[in-house]
Design a protein around this ligand. Structure first.
Ligand code: FMN
Length: 178
């Protein structure tokens, strides 16, 4: 797909088929997330993936931390999609999506260099990552929506995030249920 076509077609989609993603689709999405620019190359973001049962090739259900935007490290076991949806103000369509990305930030990495302004940079950066995921979904024929409405503490608890990794955006991904 041409980049213009992906930009033109991109939109937020909120109904998902309960169909698994392939491992190739998942790694392509993670790759695209890692290709965003970073203020002063401080790389404050950490990407987590919430994967449901039988939802991504042979990968077990759980919360995974992405290392170097390529490897998946199991962070927490279990299918936590329902709990994630509840933590996102009961936007229950999130529980239908086979996979959700949770973009988190360790502000210190950027504020250490830029002070208060670093907070702005971190938020801008999350937008870049999110847009890459939106466009990559379009190119793969997948649906997604950026979710900013959630209880921070609840999402952190569901994923058992380390204290310094603050959740900023949630992006459920799956096949579109028309
Ligand atoms: C910062 C931000 C937060 C958002 N949070 C939510 C959300 O919690 N739930 C949701 O369904 N959509 C959310 N959206 C998606 C917007 O509703 C959507 O982008 C908007 O309606 C425009 O539609 P489009 O993306 O199809 O162009 C959010 C978008 C942004 C930029």
């Amino acid at each position: 797909m041409e980049i213009e076509e992906a930009i033109e077609r991109r939109k937020s989609r909120r109904s998902f088929k309960r169909t698994a993603l392939t491992e190739n689709q998942l790694s392509q999405l993670i790759w695209s997330a890692g290709k965003a620019p970073s203020a002063g190359a401080t790389y404050p973001l950490e990407l987590y993936v919430v994967i449901g049962k039988e939802c991504a090739g042979d990968i077990d259900a759980g919360v995974y931390h992405t290392k170097g935007y390529s490897e998946l490290e199991l962070h927490k076991e279990g299918d936590l999609r329902e709990e994630l949806a509840v933590a996102c103000l009961r936007q229950m369509f999130i529980a239908d999506a086979p996979v959700s990305f949770v973009i988190t930030a360790e502000y210190e990495r950027t504020t250490r260099r830029y002070g208060e302004r670093g907070i702005r940079y971190v938020h801008i950066e999350v937008g870049h990552v999110s847009q890459n995921i939106y466009l990559q979904c379009e190119a793969l024929g997948l649906a997604t929506v950026a979710i900013g409405a959630f209880y921070d503490d609840e999402v952190a608890k569901v994923l058992s995030l380390p204290e310094e990794h603050k959740p900023i955006y949630v992006m459920p991904v799956g096949k579109y249920a028309q």
